[in-house]
Design a protein around this ligand. Structure first.
Ligand code: NAD
Length: 334
């Protein structure tokens, strides 16, 4: 095997822009592709690990047992932000650097939040399925102009949703215990309110918070009870922010009007009762997945790998203490 061996299991790296892999090859990397999929042969993949130095990964679970097979493994780079599938302390103990690609395109997710809201309110999917099946029925929609959109989480995506919704003539209310005051001072187009007020007054609610102990199940029975029966919840954050059992009951009993979601507690949501309801619209965690975002992530993977091998320390190393333990000669000579 060549010395600079690089394994790609990440599902999308190099697929949208083949130049990413070409660039690594030009720089002398022997590239092996073994893409992650639900039915992949894990043993076959892990049998390649003893020869691999660098691993570009999506969500493959890399625990200590997997790491123990990578005798030459020195660098793991996540094609994405979340590294919960990688046991970083174990990698650190084995002198393996872990990196991610922290720059994402939050506006792609904001676009999807609006797409979900408008598709739900204007019944786009029903109308499409109706026409392609040879029919020509009409579907009475709900307008968004003049309605109140409540945004929970006023970070990058939440503010992107606000900007878009403003263009549609919606009234904006927002809740964020951390940056709410700052947003109140900076933007007069968003009324920063407490959570109860947002839940009570919003026609539509967009969830844009990270998953944490605090936000786990944030939209549960109590929150759902406070919403208008006509409320539509849009979730492009994480499935577990919503208590799906409570949401199912509220939707089934028409105590809330709709749930448009890109994310689920379990993905894929095999057997989820939510999928049986007519007032649910869903997509397969595609918020971040655009050609432009893939180019951005791919650029970061290539730049980061080449930087480390070139002796430069990029800022996206998650366990920098490892660097001092790997000889600079290693990166030069493999
Ligand atoms: P961000 O960090 O810029 O913003 C998150 C905001 O939530 C922050 O302002 C924070 O103060 C606020 N917040 C934290 N706890 C809160 C609480 N209890 N109540 C209200 N607000 C709270 O993050 P972002 O880039 O806007 O991303 C938000 C989330 O979107 C991510 O954490 C991720 O879960 C999700 N996401 C989904 C996709 C997708 O493909 N669907 C892609 C990227 C991110």
């Amino acid at each position: 095997m060549a010395s600079k061996t690089l394994l790609i299991t990440a599902r999308s790296f190099g697929k949208v822009d083949p130049a990413h892999i070409a660039r690594l090859r030009e720089e002398g990397f022997a590239v092996l592709e073994f893409r992650e999929s639900p039915d992949m042969d894990r043993k076959q993949l892990e049998d390649t690990l003893p020869d691999i130095q660098t691993w570009v990964v999506s969500s493959y679970r890399i625990d200590d047992a997997v790491l123990s097979k990578g005798e030459r493994l020195r660098l793991i780079i996540k094609h994405g932000i979340g590294v919960d599938n990688i046991d970083i302390p174990a990698a650190t103990r084995r002198d393996i650097l872990v990196m991610n690609t922290p720059q994402v395109n939050p506006l792609a997710v904001a676009d999807l939040a609006m797409a979900l809201l408008l598709s739900f309110t204007r019944r786009v999917v029903e109308a499409h399925l109706n026409v392609v099946s040879g029919n020509w029925n009409q579907f009475l929609g709900t307008g968004v102009y003049g309605k109140t959109l409540g945004i929970i989480g006023l970070g990058r995506i939440g503010l992107g949703v606000a900007d878009r919704a403003k263009g549609f003539g919606m009234t904006l209310v927002g809740f964020d215990p951390y940056v709410g005051e700052q947003v109140r001072m900076q933007r007069d187009d968003i009324s920063v309110v407490d959570l109860e007020t947002l839940l009570r007054t919003s026609d539509f609610i967009s969830l844009n918070v990270p998953l944490s102990d605090e936000t786990l199940g944030l939209i549960g029975r109590s929150a759902l009870q406070q919403m208008k029966p006509s409320a539509i919840v849009v979730n492009t954050s994480r499935g577990r922010i919503v208590d799906e059992d409570a949401m199912y009951e509220a939707l089934r009993d028409q105590r809330v009007a709709g749930y448009a979601t890109d994310v689920f507690e379990e993905e894929p949501p095999v057997g989820s009762p939510l999928l049986t309801l007519p007032n649910v619209l869903c997509t397969s965690h595609i918020g971040w997945y655009t050609k432009e975002s893939m180019k951005l992530l791919g650029d970061q993977v290539v730049d980061s790998v080449l930087a480390v091998y070139g002796g430069v320390t990029p800022g996206n190393i998650l366990n920098p203490e490892v660097l001092s333990r790997v000889s600079p000669d290693f990166w030069r000579n493999g």
